[in-house]
Design a protein around this ligand. Structure first.
Ligand code: ATP
Ligand code: MG
Length: 385
């Protein structure tokens, strides 16, 4: 973690203090700092209301004003500055999810830790602040966040906190699927996903999330969960899980999980090609239609299913030696084809002929030269002029 990041955060703290308010670095950044982990974002908690923060700083963005959060851009970095929930710092910390996330770091470098987060860090425990049942009722997503921290940190869940999950698990249905999906992504991609899923499966919460039903068998298979740890992103994880679980309609499944369009399309095209990839590896059309980024992802999933080490270098060099990478690189275009189609209805045929040429060029049946392509189209009888 760059000390500069903390230095800049402290400049913000100072400016807020100069305006007569309290401000502290809080939450994940403090936890990760104590754990010597990389810090990717710094949150600041303050007694100042949002309007004051917007007056103090010239570059701000309103992302979640109704939750009391303003983004402050300073020295090229962005910080979430949130007004205390509750009247005081201690009340604000009490309303946070876990003790390890309920500490602040002062400008002088001291830790304020009223709920003994440092003790829990020492014992590698995730513990709800003061009364876990109350915390989970306030925001049931916190139950999933506990498994997410198991996955990311390798910690265990404290007994009382786990018991609270057991008794409040049905509350999870109140949470928007987007928030659930975001925590699952972190559970899948954490270094200790296997431990997190073992705990998750021993809790009653997975049965309360209907969107998990189609993949629940795979998620309770230790080998599947262990293999996920070699994957690098959510596209690969979904592809593996949906393929193994034989989910028939991947698009609908992922739409239910409110996944981004890019992820849905990538997973869909990967899964439709996976059976062939497993049989014979990548051919020119797989490489071309998947594109470089997805080819790398597909290779990781293919290799995992075959129990092999992925060979990213091999597939990327195969990709780079394709005669064309994009339709636009074809030596012939739509206008040329219209001329060649004479009196046929070009609109209907044009796409068809382009696809034929694309395939022929890719598979090196014909060279990507205009003359050669026209000659080939005539020879094969695809055009009549
Ligand atoms: P990371 O940023 O590494 O994903 P984080 O702990 O910083 O982990 P954020 O979502 O950035 O998580 O939230 C910042 C802090 O806000 C948390 O550390 C916690 O104190 C508090 N927080 C976030 N979400 C919740 C929640 N649902 N309930 C209670 N407190 C929360
Ligand atoms: Mg954070």
């Amino acid at each position: 973690m760059s000390t500069n990041f903390f230095k800049t955060a402290n400049m913000i703290v100072e400016k807020i203090e100069d305006a007569g308010f309290e401000a502290y670095i809080v939450g994940g950044a403090v936890r990760d700092h104590l754990l010597n982990r990389g810090v990717h974002d710094i949150d600041i908690t303050t007694s100042a209301p949002c309007e004051k923060i917007k007056e103090i700083f010239s570059h701000t963005a309103d992302v979640a004003l109704k939750h009391g959060t303003v983004i402050v851009c300073y020295n090229g970095e962005a910080f979430e500055v949130t007004t205390y929930r509750g009247q005081t710092l201690i009340e604000d910390l009490k309303l946070r999810d876990f003790t390890i996330n309920a500490m602040v770091l002062t400008k002088a470098g001291d830790i304020i830790d009223p709920y003994l987060g440092r003790e829990d860090i020492k014992h590698r425990l995730i513990r709800g602040v003061v009364n876990p049942r109350e915390r989970f009722r306030e925001d049931p997503l916190r139950m999933l966040r506990s498994f997410r921290f198991v996955s990311q940190l390798g910690f265990s869940i404290d007994q009382t906190t786990f018991a609270a999950i057991q008794s409040e698990s049905s509350q999870i249905t109140k949470v928007a699927i987007e928030r659930i999906a975001s925590e699952f992504e972190k559970i899948f991609l954490g270094a200790n996903a296997k431990k997190a899923f073992q705990l998750l499966n021993s809790s009653s919460i997975s049965c309360e999330i209907p969107q998990l039903k189609e993949i629940s068998k795979s998620l309770s298979d230790d080998n599947v969960i262990f293999s996920i740890s070699s994957l690098k992103n959510i596209t690969e994880v979904w592809s593996l899980l949906l393929f193994i679980s034989e989910v028939q309609d991947c698009q609908t499944f992922l739409r239910c999980w409110k996944q981004p369009k890019k992820v849905i399309n990538e997973v869909d095209s990967m899964i439709s090609r996976l059976p062939m990839l497993l049989k014979r590896g990548f051919n020119e059309e797989d490489l071309y239609f998947l594109g470089l980024e997805t080819v790398e992802k597909a290779e990781r999933v293919r290799a995992l299913l075959k129990n092999e080490a992925p060979n990213i270098h091999k597939v990327t060099s195969q990709y780079y030696s394709l005669p064309i990478k994009d339709k636009k690189q074809l030596a012939i275009n739509g206008t040329d084809i219209i001329d060649l189609l004479k009196d046929e209805k070009p609109k209907e045929r044009i796409g068809q002929v382009i696809s034929l040429v694309e395939k022929a060029v890719l598979t090196q049946v014909v060279e990507n030269k205009k003359k050669a392509i026209i000659h080939w189209l005539r020879e094969e009888g695809y055009v009549n002029a």
